[in-house]
Design a protein around this ligand. Structure first.
Ligand SMILES: N[C@@H](CCC(=O)N[C@@H](CS)C(=O)NCC(=O)O)C(=O)O
Length: 206
């Protein structure tokens, strides 16, 4: 049985939605970041990086959104959420890598800026650029992706619940979705899916 460690409203939403999409039997363990549970010895023994999501699988522990999402999609091939063929797989990994290493990291500078700065002045300067960087990520994605209607084309894939986080990162930086009509349409479409609604309700999101 799969076990997902998550914090409400965190990027773990993507894996959570995907588990619901594929109908995977799973259990949930809440690791509340606001309460500091991600820094507890018990959690660090599971993920020394002190981050969520973590997925416990029959083969062992997985961390990192791209790996977790692809694992879930590959484990439930009947759901058809893993692109097929070398090129499509690589395109999905490219989007996943961008969301993980560029967009999510840009967002993390808002609350986790102390990872990159010692001086208060450096921190403030860096944080003042977060919204601009997130907007740049959205501009890139809006131009780069067809979103017709899904991230990888006609079929919903494991990239879609991950891409959905972009709308949340924009909102957290008070950036409206209006200038990004394709991303806005994608967010509406994904929010309308029963799996997303179920997970949003649990996370207290709208
Ligand atoms: N690269 C990791 C990032 C995970 C991550 O930073 N998760 C956040 C929640 S969205 C977290 O656990 N933050 C706690 C911290 O940064 O101390 C991934 O994609 O899974």
């Amino acid at each position: 049985m799969l076990k997902l460690y998550y914090s409400k409203g965190s990027s773990a939403i993507a894996a959570h939605v995907l588990l619901a999409e594929v109908g995977a039997a799973h259990t949930l363990v809440e690791i509340s970041i606001p309460k500091g549970a991600h820094t507890s010895d018990a959690f660090l023994a599971i993920n020394p990086k002190g981050r969520v999501p973590v997925l416990e699988t029959p083969q062992g522990v997985l961390t990192e959104n791209p790996a977790i999402l692809e694992y879930i999609a590959d484990t439930y091939p009947e759901a058809g959420l893993a692109p097929e063929g070398a090129f499509a797989k690589a395109k999905a990994r490219a989007l996943s890598a961008y969301l993980c290493a560029t967009a999510h990291v840009a967002f993390a500078h808002k609350q986790r800026g102390l990872r990159w700065a010692r001086e208060e002045s450096s921190l403030k300067d860096m944080q003042s650029k977060v919204a601009e960087n997130i907007r740049d990520c959205a501009v890139f994605l809006e131009n780069d992706l067809d979103l017709a209607p899904w991230a990888m084309g006609e079929s919903y894939s494991y990239c879609d619940p991950y891409l959905m986080l972009m709308a949340r990162w924009l909102k957290a930086n008070d950036i409206a979705l209006d200038p990004f009509p394709k991303l806005a349409r994608h967010f509406d479409a994904i929010k309308a899916r029963p799996a997303t609604q179920e997970v949003f309700a649990l996370h207290g999101l709208s």
